[in-house]
Design a protein around this ligand. Structure first.
Ligand code: CO
Length: 261
């Protein structure tokens, strides 16, 4: 066990097809960037951890990972979440981390993907570059959304897309505001003839496969088709994009620089 360790903390997913390509790829990018550091993974979702443990793929909680690392002699800990916003999961993680700060000489935490305005711009660029559209095609993005006040990231990011000349991008959320019907109404009002549909989430898991691209009448695919727009579904999590993986590396580096001052 090395003295310096980086803990990559994700919500987690039980969808193995997307897990390696997204969460796994971000963990790998962090591992590549932090040579000499021990890099470990933890998931915040108890449900996901239970499902994975049942398959013999146990992943620790952040609490368990921190306690194990401290017991093994880690002195400096850098925690980098792969969460998208400073929402509920991030708040809970901060609490868990700072409650265990005394187990180490130094603990520092990186910010999630969408922290400041520069992050919003970088994510908007990365998404538009990765998901080119055809003429008359809107790019509809499904974010997660939350009752937490940080849901405001989504309408703010929509504004950033517009201000950067990416007016063909329409962002909504599955569990927050704006919702699917709101987004479909805006796409229709803007006169688009077809839509590309993709998740604005780290993984393309349950929400992407079902709430976004599923056959149910209230999936976003069905809503758009109901509005007369042919839909092209892109089941790709943000974690698959190298530019996004590197943003997490940057955030971890930033946190490290802050503690070395
Ligand atoms: Co959800």
């Amino acid at each position: 066990m090395k003295e310096k360790a980086l803990l990559a903390v994700s919500f987690g997913t039980s969808h193995e097809d997307t897990r390696q390509k997204t969460i796994g790829a971000v963990e790998q990018a962090l591992s590549d960037a932090f040579g000499g550091w021990q890099v470990e993974a933890a998931y915040t979702s108890p449900t996901i951890r239970r499902i994975l443990a049942g398959r013999g793929q146990a992943v620790p909680s952040p609490e368990e990972a921190m306690e194990a690392m401290a017991a093994q002699g880690v002195r400096r800990l850098l925690v980098q979440p792969t969460h998208l916003i400073c929402g509920e999961e991030y708040d809970k993680l901060c609490k868990a981390v700072w409650q265990r700060e005394g187990l180490f000489e130094r603990v520092q935490m990186g910010q999630p993907l969408l922290y400041d305005l520069e992050d919003y711009k970088a994510v908007a660029q990365a998404v538009c570059e990765a998901l080119p559209v055809e003429p008359e095609e809107a790019l509809v993005l499904m974010g997660h959304g939350t009752p937490h006040p940080m849901n405001a990231v989504y309408p703010a990011l929509q504004y950033v897309f517009q201000s950067l000349g990416m007016g063909h991008v329409f962002l909504g959320t599955v569990e927050g505001w704006p919702d699917g019907p709101d987004v479909v109404a805006r796409v229709q009002a803007a006169g688009y003839r077809k839509a590309a549909l993709a998740p604005l989430m780290l993984v393309a898991g349950d929400h992407a496969k079902n709430d976004m691209a599923g056959p149910e009448p209230d999936s976003w695919k069905s809503l758009l088709e109901g509005a007369g727009l042919p839909v092209r579904c892109i089941l790709q999590g943000l974690g698959e994009l190298e530019a996004i993986q590197q943003m997490y590396v940057e955030h971890a580096r930033r946190a490290l620089a802050a503690w070395q001052d």
